[in-house]
Design a protein around this ligand. Structure first.
Ligand code: AHR
Length: 336
C-alpha cells in the first residue's frame, strides 16, 4: 500500500475510535467528585462504582478528589470544581452540616450538585440525593437483635457500640435507630465510642472495651464491616468468643464481600447492608438533567439484611415486614 494512503487510513481509524470513545471535548461531560476518603471496603466499592460509570469510554471526564475524611479539604475540593467550571459536582458529605455556603456558591455558578450516600442537614441546594436510610439500618439491627434474643432465650442485653465517624449521617442514623429499639426494650448500652469507620479504629476501641467491660457484655455493634474486623481481632486477643458459637453477638453494617465472608462462617451474626453502588443511578439523574427533566429529589438504594443462621424469616421495621437473607456463597460471589 502507498505510504500516503496508509497514513490516511490510520488517521481515519484513529478518528473513528476517538468518535466511538466519545472523546471530543464538546461531547464530554465533566464531573467533579468529592469523595469522603478511603477508610473502608465500602468506600473502595463506592469509588470504583463511580470510576467505572463515569469513565472516558462512557463520555465523561471525572475529576476525583479523595478528601481523606477531612471536611475542610472536601469544601476546598468543591470550590476547586467551581473554579474548573465542571458540568456537575458529586459530593459524598463527610459530615452532615456546614454545607449551605458552598452549595450556594455552586448554585451561583450554575453547577448542579448531586449528593450521594450520606445526607446534608442544613441545605437543600442540590438537585438530587442517592443513598441509604441509615436510621432504618440501625432500626433493622435493633429489631433483628430483639427477635434473635427472643428466639435464643436471651433475656438480658448488655451492648457495646463502636460508632462510625462522628457527625456523619451514617453514624447519626445507625446510632439513633439502634438506640430507639434499645431504649424501648430496656437494653443496657454500656458504652458507645467512635471507631472512625476503620479497622484500626474498631480494634483500638474494642481493645479498651475488653479491658474496661471484661465479662460484662454480650453484644457488640460495629457500625461498619472494617470496624468489625478490628473488633474481632481485639476480642480474639482478649480471649472473648463471638458469633453464632460464641458468648458475644456481633452485629455489623455494610455487608461488603469480606463482611459477608465472616457472616457465612458465623463469626458475624448479622450484617445490615449499605449499598455503595449509587453511580448508575447518579448517571440516570445526569441523563435526566441533560434532557431537561427534573429528577427525583431523593432516591433510596435497595438493601438487604444478611444473617448467619436460618432461624428467623423476617423482622418488622417501622411497621413493615422485611425479609432476612441467610448468606450463601452465591450471594458473596455477586457482592461488591
Ligand atoms: O457512609 C457510608 C459509610 O461510610 C459506610 O458504612 C462505611 O463503611 C463508610 O466508611
Amino acid at each position: 500500500m502507498n505510504k500516503k494512503i496508509a497514513l490516511g487510513l490510520a488517521a481515519a481509524t484513529t478518528m473513528a475510535m476517538a468518535m466511538s470513545a466519545n472523546v471530543f471535548a464538546e461531547d464530554v461531560i465533566t464531573i467533579g467528585f468529592a469523595q469522603v476518603g478511603h477508610e473502608s471496603d465500602w468506600r473502595t466499592a463506592s469509588t470504583k462504582s463511580c470510576q467505572d460509570v463515569f469513565s472516558a469510554e462512557n463520555g465523561y471526564d471525572l475529576q476525583f478528589v479523595d478528601c481523606d475524611n477531612d471536611s475542610a479539604a472536601q469544601l476546598e475540593a468543591v470550590r476547586g470544581f467551581i473554579e474548573q467550571d465542571v458540568d456537575y459536582i458529586i459530593i459524598d458529605p463527610i459530615v452532615s452540616t456546614g454545607w449551605d455556603q458552598v452549595l450556594t456558591e455552586c448554585e451561583d455558578a450554575g453547577i448542579p450538585v448531586i449528593i450521594i450516600d450520606r445526607t446534608i442537614d442544613d441545605s437543600d441546594k442540590y438537585v438530587s440525593w442517592v443513598g441509604s436510610n441509615f436510621k432504618t439500618e440501625g432500626l433493622a439491627a435493633g429489631e433483628w437483635l430483639k427477635a434473635y434474643a427472643a428466639e435464643k432465650g436471651i433475656t438480658e442485653i448488655n451492648a457495646l457500640v463502636i460508632e462510625g465517624s462522628k457527625g456523619s449521617s451514617a453514624q447519626i442514623g445507625r446510632t439513633d435507630g439502634f438506640k430507639e429499639i434499645a431504649d424501648a426494650e430496656g437494653w443496657t448500652i454500656l458504652d458507645s465510642q467512635d471507631g472512625d469507620f476503620t479497622q484500626a479504629g474498631g480494634q483500638e476501641v474494642m481493645e479498651s472495651y475488653c479491658k474496661s467491660y471484661e465479662g460484662q457484655f454480650n453484644v457488640v455493634v460495629c457500625q461498619n464491616d472494617n470496624e468489625a474486623f478490628g473488633a474481632m481481632d481485639a476480642m480474639k486477643a482478649a480471649g472473648v468468643s463471638y458469633g453464632i458459637n460464641g458468648d458475644v453477638i456481633l452485629i455489623s453494617f455494610d455487608a461488603c464481600t469480606a463482611g459477608l465472608e465472616y457472616v457465612i462462617t458465623g463469626d458475624i451474626n448479622g450484617d445490615f447492608e449499605c449499598n455503595p453502588l449509587a453511580a448508575p443511578t447518579v448517571e440516570e439523574v445526569i441523563k435526566q438533567l441533560e434532557a431537561g427533566e427534573t429528577p427525583e429529589k431523593e432516591v433510596f438504594m435497595p438493601e438487604h439484611w444478611y444473617v448467619a443462621e436460618d432461624i428467623l424469616a423476617s423482622i418488622t421495621v417501622g411497621g413493615e415486614e422485611q425479609e432476612l437473607t441467610v448468606v450463601t456463597q452465591e450471594i458473596i460471589d455477586a457482592q461488591y
